[in-house]
Design a protein around this ligand. Structure first.
Ligand SMILES: O=c1[nH]cnc2c1ncn2[C@@H]1O[C@H](COP(=O)(O)OP(=O)(O)O)[C@@H](O)[C@H]1O
Ligand SMILES: [Ca+2]
Length: 471
């Protein structure tokens, strides 16, 4: 017995290594699994990070709620503006402070410095500084700053325009903490400008992703040019006239929020409100204009040229001013080689459901608010083209001396042209774009989005298009 015990004890304490491993294989397994797992975590994860940490984080970041800021300068013909937006990965606007965008403006625009490119660029300084201030410091070097110049630089053209753009590029490179690229400072072509305006408004209304007949059309009356854009069916898009070299194409295909749209867009250079004054004054030359308020004798400066701008002895008249505006628009004079034209020989896009609701912006809103047929404090107002005609009648029947008291919101420099501006606006809508004089439309300054008001202007559409093409 004693011997047997001894043998057992010996076996217990005196086994060989393979025997021990065999006997404790369960314990070894239980301990080694977590140890191996810890080693894997410590060893493999840091390796992935150090090999491509930056790009991995960037690729993953949208899933964790990434936010991208975008700074867009609208270098308009009558002023420069800056918009700062912050978009999340779903292309939703994220608040910046208490608003959904930072929007600032100043006058004059870049084209007011045709022979001093450096001064033109420097005129953006205060806007740039305030835009940078709202972008978090750590995101600035990755936040793109874009500059889109519109009709002012388009009209200036060639060398002068190129020099201003180059000065703006140098200015951003040396003065900005944001990410800039030469190709991001451009003169927008009119079709882009019109398409972006359409994207802005339909985005803010929540229409993107829906069928084209649920979208609204837009008209944007700037100082130098006017754009119209609306969505058309694929079959109408195929009927678009083929253009000769150098002309902007009428139809653009755009993919937005999972939907494909065919946008009819046209921009009319020289037919913005301030440019059109020059076109209207050119019709009557020295003989006096039926569009100038009775009692005014002066001249009108636009685009570096001076035009005689005096009332006729019999004073201003809606009827006679309309005839001159029709001539300036070349409604019936130019040959229409397409199925149906708006004015100046331009195809009208064929109309259709994308044009049933029109959102009409910029100077249409401003003049309506100034003469008082819409409340200047609202963001949108429903009106009809004939409202512009009625306002024109009142303005054309007012002598310059009485105009200040009758239209207290109109700035003095614009008073002599009030009859002309309102007649032009009515004529453009009805005879130019072919809208029914009694058709309701929406004048728009801002659109409500998530309980905030956002500017109804092309820069947001351009930021959305850039962001959606990166997704
Ligand atoms: O961001 C904006 N929100 C609302 N209106 C704007 C905005 N930017 C420009 N506008 C309007 O556009 C008109 C000026 O046109 P602009 O100077 O842009 O000429 P352009 O488009 O022909 O270059 C003004 O009536 C101004 O109130
Ligand atoms: Ca504009």
């Amino acid at each position: 017995m004693e011997h047997e015990k001894m043998v057992k004890r010996n076996r217990q304490y005196g086994d060989s290594m393979p025997d021990k491993i065999h006997r404790y294989r369960g314990v070894i397994l239980v301990i080694s699994v977590p140890v191996l797992l810890i080693c894997f975590v410590l060893f493999v994860m840091p390796k992935t990070d150090s090999m491509g940490g930056g790009s991995v984080n960037r690729k993953l970041s949208p899933k964790f709620g990434s936010r991208n800021y975008a700074v867009v300068f609208d270098a308009g013909s009558s002023g420069s503006r800056v918009h700062v937006f912050c978009l999340d990965q779903h292309l939703d606007l994220v608040p910046i402070g208490s608003d959904l965008e930072l929007f600032l403006q100043k006058k004059p625009g870049l084209s007011a410095y045709p022979s001093d490119p450096a001064a033109a660029a420097n005129s953006l300084k205060s806007l740039l500084e305030q835009a940078e201030d709202v972008v978090p410091m750590e995101l600035r070097s990755n936040t793109p700053v874009r500059v889109g110049a519109t009709a002012g630089l388009r009209q200036l053209g060639g060398n002068a325009s190129d020099k201003i753009l180059q000065a703006v590029r140098n200015f951003l490179k040396s003065k900005s903490s944001l990410k800039s690229k030469a190709s991001w400072v451009t003169v927008l072509d009119g079709s882009q400008e019109g398409a972006y305006q359409w994207v802005t408004i339909n985005y803010l209304l929540g229409n993107l992703g829906r069928k084209y007949s649920d979208t609204v059309g837009v008209v944007d009356l700037g100082g130098g040019s006017v754009q119209m854009a609306y969505a058309i069916s694929e079959s109408d898009a195929q009927k678009a006239p083929k253009l000769s070299d150098g002309e902007d194409t009428y139809v653009q295909a755009m993919y937005l929020k999972g939907a494909k749209y065919y946008l009819y867009v046209h921009s009319y250079l020289h037919y913005g409100l301030l440019a059109a004054r020059a076109e209207i004054l050119k019709v009557t030359k020295e003989s006096g204009s039926p569009c100038i308020l009775t009692g005014h004798h002066g001249s009108y400066k636009y685009g570096g040229k001076v035009y005689p701008a005096s009332a006729m002895s019999q004073g201003s008249s809606v009827t006679n001013c309309r005839l001159v505006a029709l001539k300036a628009l070349k409604v019936n004079e130019s040959t229409c080689t397409h199925m149906k034209c708006t004015f100046d020989g331009v195809w009208n896009g064929g109309g259709g459901d994308g044009q049933k609701n029109m959102f009409v912006a910029s100077f249409f809103f401003d003049r309506a608010a100034e003469v008082g047929f819409i409340d200047p404090n609202v963001a949108v107002a429903r009106v009809r083209p004939i409202d512009f005609e009625s306002a024109a009648r009142r303005a054309c029947d007012t002598r310059l001396d009485d105009a200040k008291a009758t239209f207290p919101r109109v700035v003095p420099d614009n008073l002599p042209y009030l009859c002309m501006d309102l007649v032009y606006q009515y004529t453009l809508l009805v005879d130019g774009f072919g809208l029914d004089a009694r058709q309701e439309m929406t004048l728009v300054k801002k659109v409500k989005y998530k309980n905030s008001l956002v500017e109804a202007a092309w820069p947001l559409g351009s930021a959305i298009e850039v962001a959606s093409s990166m997704n």
